[in-house]
Design a protein around this ligand. Sequence first.
Ligand code: ADP
Ligand code: MG
Length: 287
Amino acid sequence: SIPLGFFGGIGGASKKGILIKGSNYLEALNDVKYVVFDKTGTLTKGVFEVTEIAAAAGFSNEELLKYAAFAEVYSSHPIALSIKKAYGKTVDEKVLQDYLEVAGQGIKVQAEGREILAGNRKLMIEEKIDFTEPKEGTVVHVAVDRKYAGYILISDQEKDDAKTAIQQLKALGIKKTIMLTGDAKGVGDAVGKNLGIDEVYAELLPHQKVEEIEKLFKRKSPKEKLIFVGDGINDTPVLARADIGIAMGGLGSDAAIEAADIVIMTDEPSKIADALKLAKRTKGIVW
Ligand code: ADP
Ligand code: MG
């Protein structure tokens, strides 16, 4: 039988907006030594704003933004939402054909009979488009009919409690805090440094995030447990691979909530430390 104290622990957690899907996860929290975070929507707000539009020769800023908005019509990625908001007009979907969203890269689509590419440097390299890269920031490059049309710079903000969340984990004896991101290395490194995260791995495709988790499993002893915290936008396989997968429930997708072992309803990364403390207290009661 399950000791009563576990119900107290799970109930106490749910009052704080932390939904734990089983007493085994509550118990496993006591052995966590590695906490791995996704960046966008987990440590950052996931609400981007366009800060610069830089058209290349032969294009105007208006055209650049229009083509980017065409490309992003069907995407619910936080980057797509910011571009659609900056464009401000609705796009007649009848002009679009052959839409393809490439996870971790961007979009390919036909619009008004032109081939539009909108995404990061990986997409441009893959498609052999020459591009210019701004020194910092999250960037969406656009190419029209194989010609580079310029880039749109967007920025996100760290969550208010992100720095505290990392400090609290250190104070609780976590060995390593790690951040994985599909975003540019410059952006990842800057956020990691600012928040005091031990290791940052950037420019990762969704399947490469799983590979990073596999590498961590080889570094740690089986007794040491690993948490992955994500918002679930294309990181469901990573949530499933971790010892304990934690999803941000507010922003996260239904698939992520389904795949996760623990759901943080308030989207606050500092709740991870709360969950660890609660597990410790529960252990004291149960054993
Ligand atoms: P993160 O790991 O930070 O959560 P994602 O894996 O969701 O980021 O996306 C990684 C990168 O892929 C983004 O930073 C962006 O460069 C590119 N990307 C993904 N989706 C889109 C999109 N809809 N439009 C433009 N770029 C995109
Ligand atoms: Mg993500």
